[in-house]
Design a protein around this ligand. Structure first.
Ligand SMILES: Nc1ncnc2c1ncn2[C@@H]1O[C@H](COP(=O)(O)OP(=O)(O)OP(=O)(O)O)[C@@H](O)[C@H]1O
Ligand SMILES: [Mg+2]
Length: 454
């Protein structure tokens, strides 16, 4: 578990890379031309954003062709001078060792020279590197691959770098391709998972496979199953801003495709999104027909979400999202009402305001449930309200229950709907009574009758 999965699962052949089929094809064709003779474009430039397989492609190529590798990168502290020694001297000859030592043609095979992070090699402090590299790409007798994030910055430093190299662009793989990488790692690690959990990790990585694998490794640590709940927190960032953007594209936007894309980027559960839409749609959809269509679609989303929780099948999330984004946007035919700020769902506000009292109620319900040998929800719904009423109207029962249920001042205050330091609350707590309620032992109908006699 502790070894870096991005290293363990680095692709060993070009076919193991996900995404970028065109790039892979171009790289293989360029390598073929090297196998035949020295091609006109002796150097290849791999460009694209971080973590999507550029270095992996170069290493995989060498591995599958049986070529040796001389890797030079900016963080190596190897400067222009070393480059000159390794790259130029070696590349002029037919062959050289991994350390840059010259070898005779008979002892060494072909060597792939990889200048990783080449845009940094061309950094200001090492101007000497530019002419060396230009010379290298023009004259090398060994295949050279330059890897860069920002080709534009690099090509500004020298025209030849643009004209004398073959450029291959890498694009971020799609989310389902990243999910494929993650699930094959999971299989290898003997880790089971909810598919939606991997979707969330992939989405969150925004095309960066390395980042996805790293997140995955840290989330999987110490687990043998990875569920949606385990990964939700990685996407907890700037929720409100995202939510306002989402409301805007769904309720006011003119392109359902955009709504569909943005909903995939919002890091909130579909249940919360549904509450936001429910709150805001009536203010936005002014025509009755639009509103009717809109609520019809929102209610379908709600049905899907119900099925998610009933069947624990998170695949329905995507149906719900489809209803809430594409379909809901498409439901509006009239012009949207612009300008007002979107409202935070009142249901969530109410829930957060009533959090303390709900907590108190469930604590009391748990006590009553235990005492009455019934379920907490039954105690909550059916017993608690009557008990509260009875205690307010019958001081004897109130005292007995306070003692039997071992109520504290706050619980009593809540049940009696009085202040904690009021006399009505203090009295039953201080006065001892011999009348306790015990369903099991107090079978005397006389005492029971007395207690409930008010
Ligand atoms: N296309 C891919 N297919 C499979 N695994 C990948 C792919 N891209 C990246 N990875 C995984 O991510 C790790 C890092 O990828 P890699 O070093 O090739 O990225 P890079 O594009 O060179 O990024 P950087 O620009 O930061 O150097 C790899 O070891 C591999 O585990
Ligand atoms: Mg790299």
């Amino acid at each position: 578990m502790s070894k870096d999965w991005t290293e363990i699962y680095r692709p060993h052949s070009l076919s193991q890379l996900v995404g970028n089929p065109k790039a892979v094809e171009d790289i293989a064709a360029w390598a073929d031309s090297w196998e035949r003779s020295v091609p006109s474009k002796r150097a290849l430039v791999l460009m694209g954003p971080p973590g999507i397989g550029k270095t992996s492609a170069a290493l995989a190529l060498a591995e599958e062709r049986g070529w040796g590798v001389v890797e030079i990168n900016a963080s190596d502290q190897r400067n222009g001078e070393i480059l000159r020694q390794i790259a130029l001297r070696g590349s002029y000859s037919n062959t050289f060792s991994d350390n840059g030592e010259y070898l005779s043609v008979n002892t060494g095979g072909r060597k792939l020279i990889i200048l990783d992070e080449a845009d940094c090699l061309f950094g200001n402090e090492d101007r000497g590197a530019v002419p060396v590299i230009v010379e290298l790409i023009k004259k090398t007798l060994q295949p050279v691959i330059l890897i860069v994030n920002d080709f534009y910055a690099l090509s500004k430093k020298s025209n030849s770098i643009r004209t004398q190299t073959k450029q291959v662009r890498f694009y971020p793989p799609r989310n389902n391709q990243i999910v494929a990488v993650l699930s094959s790692i999971a299989r290898d690690q003997g880790l089971s998972f909810d598919r939606e959990a991997l979707n969330i990790i992939a989405e969150n990585a925004k095309g960066d496979v390395r980042a996805a694998i790293r997140d995955f490794q840290s989330l999987a640590l110490g687990r043998d199953h990875l569920s949606v709940k385990d990964v939700m927190h990685i996407s907890a960032r700037n929720v409100e801003a995202d939510m306002y953007e989402l409301m805007d594209v769904i309720l006011r936007g003119n392109d359902p495709e955009v709504a569909r894309k943005v909903i995939a980027r919002v890091h909130e559960t579909p249940e919360t999104i549904l509450l936001w839409l429910d709150e805001n749609m009536p203010y936005e959809y002014r025509q009755a027909a639009d509103l009717e269509r809109g609520y019809e679609r929102l209610s379908r989303a709600d049905i899907y979400l119900g099925r998610v929780s009933k069947r624990q099948y998170y695949g329905f999330w995507s149906y719900a999202n489809e209803m809430m984004s594409f379909a809901l946007n498409e439901a509006r035919r009239g012009r949207p009402a612009r300008g007002e700020k979107f409202r935070f769902p009142s249901y969530l506000l109410k829930m957060s305001r009533s959090k303390a009292s709900r907590k108190m109620k469930s604590g009391l319900a748990a006590k009553i449930a235990e005492y009455c040998h019934t379920s907490i929800s039954r105690a909550y719904q059916e017993i608690l309200p009557y008990l509260s009423w009875s205690m307010r109207n019958n001081p004897t029962l109130c005292r007995a229950l306070t003692q039997t249920l071992e109520l504290d001042a706050e619980e009593l205050a809540y049940l009696l709907d009085e202040a904690v330091d009021s006399e009505v609350v203090k009295a039953p707590l201080t006065q001892q009574t011999s009348e306790t309620l015990d369903v099991g032992s107090n079978t005397d109908p006389k005492t029971q009758k007395n207690l409930f006699d008010f």
